[in-house]
Design a protein around this ligand. Sequence first.
Ligand SMILES: [Zn+2]
Length: 258
Amino acid sequence: MRRTKVTVIAAVALSAAVAVVPRASDPAPHDQVFVVGEAIYAADADDAQFAGAAGPVDDTTACTDSSYALKTWKVSGTFTWYYNGDGAPAAVASTALGAITDAGDNVAKGKNRCNLPTSFTTDYKYGGAATAKPQVASDLTCTGNDGKSVTGWGSLPPKVLAYTCTFFNAKGQVIASDALIDNVVYTWFTTKPANCAGQLYDLETTMTHERLHTAGLAHVDQVRNAAQTMTPSSAPCDTSRRLLGAGDYAGLKAAGTT
Ligand SMILES: [Zn+2]
C-alpha cells in the first residue's frame, strides 16, 4: 500500500514537469532539446505517505540490492556547474558549496558504500559563482535553457526538498542541468549536529540524489530499495546515503557512465 502511494506521487510530479522544447531555429529531430524535471521529497515523520522513509534507513541492503531505473540521458566527460549562493540558509551558507561539490564527486567517480571501484572518469567540475538563477520555477516548471548549469536556492512546493531540470539532446547527451534547493520550508546541515531533530536535512545526501538525476537515473522503490540513494524521498537527519548504494552504482554503469 505504501509503495503504491509513493510511486503515484513521484509519477505525478514527473508528468507535471515534463516538457519538450524543440529549438525554434531548427526543428530537425536530432537538434531537438528536451527537458525533464525531477524531485527529491521530504519524508515527514507525520506523513503516512512516506512512512516507509520516515524512520532510520535500513542500510542492510545497500550493497545487495542492485536495483536502478534509468532516464534517457547521461553525462559524458565533464559536466561543469555553477553555484549561486543567493538565499543560502545561514546555517550552511559557508559550507554548502563544499557539500554540493562533494555530492557531484560522489556521482562523477561512483563513490559508494560497497567497496566498488571508484574508477568512473566523468568530472563534475565546479565552474565558479553564478549570478544567473537556476532555471527552475517554484511551481516546478523548467523555465528555459541558458546553457549554464546552475545550482542554487529558492522556494519549492511542500514536500519537495530539491528539484533538478535536465536538458539533453536527441543523442541523450546532457546539455545543462539546473538544481533548486528549498530555502523556505526545510532547514539544512552539512555536518550532522548532535541530537539532530525536526525538519533538518543533509545537503550532501540531497545533492548526491539530484546529481544522480543529472547523470540519468530515475527513482527506485521507496520501500523495496530503501537503502539506495535514488529512493524518491529522504528522512530528516539521515546521512547514510551520501555515497552510492550498489543499485545507484549499477545504474550509472547501465546509463553508460565509464
Ligand atoms: Zn529524485
